[in-house]
Design a protein around this ligand. Structure first.
Ligand code: ATP
Length: 237
């Protein structure tokens, strides 16, 4: 039996009078890579923020490992294993790579933190080379890697990635998607929010398409990639 880690149903989120998310439902099973795609302003980031406790929920339910987490704060959710890498990365620019990674383990109190930093370095050799460099002096792609590495330090049960490829050069975009696949291949469950629909669906098991605050299509990623409506609206065909 598949184990549902994250289950969102009828989620509504508003900014003042503006309904940004209008009754969204989706789920993520253990071991899956699920992609949430859609155009600019479709409500993807708002959905992630509501799930991770950063934006109040107007209606609906959010369950993590079978229990309601609605209304819980971001800190408590990270402790439970729901960890987001935000759009724009949010690295600590005046800290070194290693210090940033240590910050990712702030909720932990165990003896494996150093060993986990070494594991992150095997996924991101570039971070190891630059371990003593200040994060603020790194390129956008390197900072994205650092933000992902830092999130892994919290040992996420579900890793939520918000637009990891945004603003990066084509070579860096390739690298970032390779790394997302690698992290998934090593056993981490991932919810990937992306405007780059073809790359995101190319990696995913399943996908959800959002438009104007609603989920308009869902299915196996391969089927969505082949769907003429998806191809016309999101793959520029
Ligand atoms: P993007 O790829 O641009 O981040 P998105 O699909 O993630 O797009 P959201 O950022 O969730 O979309 O935005 C959904 C809607 O909510 C948009 O109409 C946006 O203008 C609006 N919105 C987002 N943040 C705020 C805010 N802080 N205050 C008011 N409206 C907001």
């Amino acid at each position: 039996m598949a184990n549902t880690l994250l289950e969102v149903s009828g989620l509504k989120v508003a900014y003042g009078g503006i309904q940004a998310v209008k009754g969204v439902s989706f789920e993520v099973q253990e071991g899956e890579l699920v992609s949430l795609i859609g155009a600019n302003g479709a409500g993807k980031t708002t959905t992630l923020k509501a799930v991770t406790g950063l934006q109040p929920v107007a209606a609906g339910e959010i369950k993590f490992m079978g229990r309601s987490i609605k209304g819980q704060g971001a800190w408590d959710l990270v402790k439970q294993g729901l960890v987001m890498v935000p759009e724009g990365r949010g690295t600590f620019t005046r800290m070194t790579i290693t210090e940033n990674l240590q910050m990712g383990a702030f909720i932990r109190n165990d003896s494996e933190i150093e060993a986990d930093i070494e594991k992150v370095f095997t996924i991101f050799p570039r971070l190891k080379e630059r371990r003593n460099q200040l994060a603020g002096t790194m390129s956008g792609g390197e900072q994205q890697m650092l933000a992902m590495g830092r999130a892994l330090m919290a040992r996420p049960k579900v890793l939520l990635l918000d637009e990891p490829s945004m603003g990066l050069s084509p070579i860096m975009v390739d690298k970032i998607f390779e790394v997302v696949a690698d992290i998934h291949g090593r056993g981490t469950t991932i919810l990937l929010v992306e405007q780059n629909a073809s790359r995101a669906l190319g990696l995913a098991n399943r996908g959800y398409v959002m438009d104007s605050g609603e989920v308009t299509m869902t299915g196996e990623a391969r089927a969505l990639l082949a769907d003429p409506k998806v191809r016309a609206a999101y793959l520029g065909e």
